[in-house]
Design a protein around this ligand. Structure first.
Ligand code: KIV
Ligand code: ZN
Length: 605
């Protein structure tokens, strides 16, 4: 007799816990784009954000609920992804969460409150009785708004008293909670310990069969995936995970590791999942690009070395039969097959077809539908690059050009554009940079070619831009410092450089260089001071803005990236100043008061 396996609910928190990774800030468009890909990937629930945290978070969750919430394209279940929002156990958070998700046909409020004695005593300063009262009130309040599906998490469950957990979880089930999520918030547990906690709670919580039990493991000891799988073996039927394992501190449980562990052991785990494994690699790449969080090469499943065989013995074995050293075929996670040659003789159609193959039809349609200008502009850049790359333009080159174009388009208005750059450097001399930037918001109008394509001298009509030309020069400790200082002088900005990273898009000396920078507003540096590479601790708290640029010349790529980050900062500030402020002040709750709007994104999560 065959036994139908339980379905495992994959709850993705890339856009909420993942976005809490230090240094990661995604804008609204980027969040919608990632949510779209998560839907295509087949995740059951998408935790889209923490709406009370900021007007920007609220707007992104609402758009995801409206635009991605109804989609079923490519989904194995034929059902749309459930859209979830996080809320502390206070009415203002819960109202704001429901306001944002109510547009999705399938939605959920996820409310949480810490239960460990350490948190109760030092952070919340409440008794266990007050904790139970606050948690049940929160669940009832979420239900009273009309939200059928309410998840409750006892934060720091991994270090909470088991008997107290059974009591509070029984009370929230009674109050109407439909999912009970057990977070190992600080990544403290071991697999055996976490599995036995799950088993104990399911066996001893009153009414436990009325709810779904869930895991939420952090990776501080590198055990998140093992703990999650142990939770599943002991009765959990929902796993909270993030793409590439991003999240607070050492991160969250990695989606691809859990899914592929279950996939490669179909007889061992008592569950089946609904993820389309062929979408894992494209999703991982998208999250890497949008968050700027680079994946370590030896990362399981999605690292660049995950399918590379270096030793002669291994290579020999794989050539004879892949099964000798490969437990997963790379195509099963969607690693693109070796590309057909695309070079300077390739036509628009071959180029378009390749992009569609690389992105998949849903994401391709999202970016290109009714946007012929985007394809035209990309094709122009591809042709320019193909002229210089005699061995053909690779998939990575194409994705880098696309990524750069989309990044620029998603960055809001490109107020400043690089027109020209001249750098002199060498040993025994100070590096000097002279930069000309066009301020597109100012008169008198001039029409100037800008550096916008891999070969600017061949730039066509679409690289003409109008605005006021501004030039200045600066010296620096090295060429990159000189370039950034010259840009600071031209624009008169006050930035601290929090991160600078340069890498080659492909192998070979003709590779495109890609630069990613992160900046935030710092003390006055308008007098052309060199931006600091290492910010002081007290400077790190302000919002950071990521910029990127690609070019065959890495100094030009650096200048583009820095200007792009400044443009993003400017447009984010303008957007924020237009949004209505949410309620501020303090809210009374049982056992004290909490701020109605968290002061920082990390409050109490
Ligand atoms: O790690 C944690 O405890 C959380 C909760 C909000 C579930 O992220
Ligand atoms: Zn977490």
């Amino acid at each position: 007799m065959t036994h139908e396996k339980d379905s495992l609910i994959v709850f993705d928190t890339t856009l909420r816990d993942g976005e809490q990774s230090p240094g990661v800030t995604l804008n609204e468009n980027e969040k919608v784009e990632i949510a779209l890909q998560l839907s295509r990937l087949g995740v059951d629930i998408c935790e889209a954000g923490f709406p009370i945290a900021s007007p920007g978070d609220f707007a992104a969750v609402k758009r995801i609920a409206q635009e991605v919430g109804p989609l079923i394209e490519g989904r194995k279940t034929g059902k749309p992804m459930r859209i979830c929002a996080l809320a502390r156990a206070v009415p203002a958070d819960i109202e704001r969460a429901y306001e944002a998700i109510k547009y999705a046909p399938s939605n959920r409020i996820h409310t949480f409150l810490a239960t460990s004695d350490i948190h109760l005593q030092y952070k919340l300063k409440i008794t266990r009785e007050e904790c139970i009262a606050r948690a049940t009130a929160a669940v009832k309040y979420a239900k009273s708004l009309g939200c059928e599906d309410v998840e409750f998490s006892p934060e720091d469950a991994g270090r909470s008293d088991r008997d107290f957990l059974c009591t509070i979880l029984g009370a929230v089930i009674e109050a109407g909670a439909t999912t009970l999520n057990i977070p190992d918030t600080v990544g403290y547990n071991t697999p055996e310990e976490f599995g036995s906690l799950m088993r104990h709670l399911i066996a001893n919580t009153p009414g436990s069969d009325k709810a779904i039990w869930s895991t939420h493991c952090h990776n501080d000891l590198g055990l998140a995936t093992a703990n999650t799988l142990s939770g599943v073996l002991n009765g959990a039927r929902q796993v909270e995970v993030a793409v590439n394992g991003i999240g607070e501190r050492a991160g969250n449980t990695s989606l691809e590791e859990v899914v592929m562990a279950i996939h490669t052991h179909p007889d061992y785990f008592p569950v089946r999942h609904n993820v389309d494994t062929y979408q894992i690699y494209p999703t991982s790449q998208l999250v890497t690009k949008r968050t700027g969080m680079v994946i370590q090469p030896n990362k399981a499943i999605v690292g660049s070395n995950a399918f590379a065989h270096e030793s002669g013995i291994h290579q020999d074995g794989v050539l004879k039969n892949k099964l000798t050293y490969e437990i997963i075929q790379p195509e099963v996670i969607g690693l693109p097959p070796p590309a057909l040659f695309l070079g300077k003789h390739s036509g628009r159609n071959a180029f378009k077809t390749r992009i569609e193959e690389l992105l998949g039809s849903v994401v391709y349609a999202h970016h290109f539908h009714e946007k012929p200008a985007l394809l035209n502009s990309l094709f122009g850049k591809f042709k320019s690059l193909a002229d210089t790359k005699k061995n053909g333009v690779s998939d990575d080159d194409i994705l880098a050009l696309l990524d750069d174009e989309l990044h620029i388009r998603a960055s809001g208005e490109q107020v400043y554009q690089l027109k020209s750059l001249h750098v002199m450097s060498g040993s025994g001399v100070s590096a000097t940079a002279t930069v000309t930037i066009i301020d597109t918001t100012r008169e008198p109008a001039v029409t100037s070619p800008i550096i916008g394509s891999p070969r600017s001298e061949q730039a066509g009509q679409e690289n003409q831009v109008a605005g006021l030309e501004l030039s200045d020069a600066a010296v620096g400790h090295g060429p990159v410092h000189a370039v950034f200082s010259a840009i600071n002088r031209v624009i008169g900005c006050h930035n601290v450089l929090a991160a600078y990273e340069v890498k080659a898009v492909t192998e070979g000396s003709d590779s495109l260089g890609k630069v990613v920078v992160r900046i935030h507003e710092g003390p006055d540096s308008s007098q052309g001071q060199i931006p600091k590479l290492i910010p002081r601790f007290e400077e790190i708290d302000s919002a950071t803005y990521q910029g990127q640029g690609i070019d065959e010349d890495i100094l030009v790529a650096s200048a583009k990236a820095y200007i792009n980050a400044i443009n993003r900062m400017k447009s984010a500030k303008e957007r924020q100043s237009k949004l209505e402020p949410v309620q501020r002040g303090e809210i009374e709750v049982i056992g004290g008061v909490v701020p109605s709007v968290p002061e920082s994104r990390n409050v109490d999560v």
